[in-house]
Design a protein around this ligand. Structure first.
Ligand code: ADP
Ligand code: MG
Length: 308
């Protein structure tokens, strides 16, 4: 596959505008059909309904049903989730009965002070940990029912992680760090290498591809982490304090980049943070305190045209 095709595929996948167009077309068709069925609106009798024999229109209406169902099914669903840490004799409940549904195309910000349970929640949302009680479903599958390799596979396909500590492998250079997840998922080695180079280009670090993480600034390391999180083009990006170690200029660059992924590619972004500034990017804010959801706020983002 040519690089230009990879880029095109990358950019067109999960495009909410495309989905909206499809939905609109299907809705227009259904409306027309309803008018026809009622028989009066345009004086068309049912026998001469131009759509009743058209397979392409049937498929259109069928796909509309499928898409709208997909939107209504949460990507991630937490039901009465508890996380209890055991420290010797002492038990500590870091999460206490969390109920949360996260849908495709959201930019969700989980906001809470230090120690409120954000990282614990992020680990559960990302299926990196299992709850002590309650259920976590990823794409309608209860993750506690999956075995390790099934879980690793679905997680690898669905979720890109960005951690505060970057989690880059210190002995691998920039390029190799980005290539790593592709080597697990991509069968074609040449395609994997092209993808890795493209991802470094979009985060503006192609010229640093030989550098080790120790030879990069904090912001550059975070950009490598973002490139790596995008490697398998996951629909969900999960970030734990992505700006925590960065100066405000670099932090804003990273957030604008994530915002772009959300708006242009319809990616579902979930950020856990104590940074109030990040709220301005959100379509929904979950306030968390002492392991409990305090309130959930829907927001209208200026210039946001995704699925609402
Ligand atoms: P946040 O990310 O919001 O700062 P965390 O989710 O990291 O909060 O932690 C929430 C609470 O759970 C804190 O009080 C923390 O001390 C405690 N905690 C986190 N991880 C563990 C662990 N592995 N063992 C025991 N307590 C923990
Ligand atoms: Mg934390």
């Amino acid at each position: 596959m040519e690089l230009s095709e990879i880029i095109k595929e990358f950019k067109t996948k999960l495009n909410p505008l495309k989905i909206m167009n499809k939905l609109e077309k299907a809705a227009a068709f259904n409306e027309e059909l309803n008018n026809d069925l009622e028989g009066n609106h345009r004086g068309v009798d049912l026998k001469n309904n131009p759509y009743s024999n058209s397979p392409s229109d049937f498929i259109k209406s069928f796909s509309a049903v499928k898409i709208s169902q997909k939107i209504e099914v949460p990507l991630i669903k937490l039901t009465d989730v508890w996380k209890i840490y055991q420290m010797g004799e002492v038990e500590f409940a870091a999460l206490k009965g969390i109920n949360l549904k996260i849908y495709e195309g959201e930019f969700l910000v989980v906001l809470g002070p230090s120690g409120s349970g954000k990282s614990t929640l992020m680990n559960l949302l990302g299926c990196l940990d299992l709850p002590s009680k309650g259920t976590v479903c990823l794409s309608s599958k209860d993750i506690s029912k999956l075995n390790e390799s099934e879980l690793a596979k679905i997680r690898g396909q669905m979720i890109g992680f960005i951690f505060q500590s970057f989690n880059l492998i210190p002995t691998l250079n920039t390029y190799e760090n980005v290539l790593l997840p592709l080597e697990f998922q991509e069968e074609d080695a040449q395609k994997a290498r092209k993808k890795a180079a493209y991802l470094l280009e979009i985060v503006g670090l192609l010229e640093k591809k030989q550098n080790l993480p120790s030879q990069l600034s904090g912001g550059q390391r975070q950009r490598v982490a973002i490139a790596r999180s995008l490697a398998v083009n996951p629909p969900i990006i999960l970030a734990d304090e992505p700006t925590g170690n960065l100066d405000s200029k670099t932090g804003n660059y990273i957030l604008d980049f994530l915002n772009d992924l959300h708006e242009r590619e319809g990616k579902t972004i979930i950020i856990v943070t104590h940074d109030l500034d990040i709220v301005k990017y959100a379509t929904r804010v979950v306030y968390i305190r002492d392991g409990e959801i305090e309130k959930i706020e829907n927001r209208t983002k200026i210039g946001y045209e995704g699925l609402k």
